[in-house]
Ligand binder design. Structure first.
Ligand SMILES: [Zn+2]
Length: 134
C-alpha cells in the first residue's frame, strides 16, 4: 500500500502548503511575464504570497500598480492608526483611571476576535487563518 507522499513522488507532483488565492496570477506571471492584481485578495496577503513565490511586487503591471499600492498603503495606515488609538486609549486609562479601560478592552477584543469591525482586524484574521493553515 502506498501513502500519499510516495504516490506524489512517483508522479513527480509537488505540494505547496499555501492558500491558492494568488496562485493563478503568479503562474500566469511565470507564463507570460505579466502580473496583475487579484480583485478579492487583501493587498497585504497578495504581497505575502508574492514574497512566498519569489515574485517582486515591482513586476505588477502599470494597470494594477496604483490600485495595489493604494490598497497596501491604506491597510498599513489603518493598522498603524488603530494601534496608535489603542495605545493612546491605554495611556489615557492609566492616567485617568476612568471607565475607558472597558472601552480599550472592547477595542482589543474587537481587533483580536471580530474581523468585521475594521480593516486591521480583518488583516489580522487573514494572517491568523493563514498561520493556522500553514
Ligand atoms: Zn492589471
Amino acid at each position: 500500500m502506498r501513502d500519499a507522499a510516495s504516490e506524489r513522488t512517483r508522479h513527480s507532483e509537488y505540494f505547496f502548503d499555501r492558500h491558492p488565492r494568488s496562485f493563478g496570477p503568479v503562474i500566469e506571471f511565470y507564463r507570460t511575464g505579466k502580473l496583475h492584481l487579484v480583485e478579492d485578495v487583501c493587498a497585504l496577503s497578495f504581497a505575502d504570497d508574492l514574497d512566498y513565490w519569489g515574485v517582486d511586487e515591482l513586476f505588477i503591471e502599470p494597470c494594477c500598480q496604483y490600485k495595489y499600492t493604494e490598497r497596501r498603503d491604506r491597510v498599513n495606515d489603518d493598522i498603524k492608526r488603530d494601534a496608535e488609538a489603542l495605545k493612546q486609549a491605554l495611556v489615557e486609562d492609566e492616567h485617568k483611571g476612568s471607565g475607558r479601560i472597558t472601552d480599550a478592552r472592547r477595542r482589543v477584543w474587537n481587533f483580536m476576535e471580530k474581523p468585521q469591525t475594521s480593516i486591521a482586524a480583518r488583516v489580522l484574521h487573514i494572517y491568523n487563518v493563514d498561520s493556522a493553515l500553514a
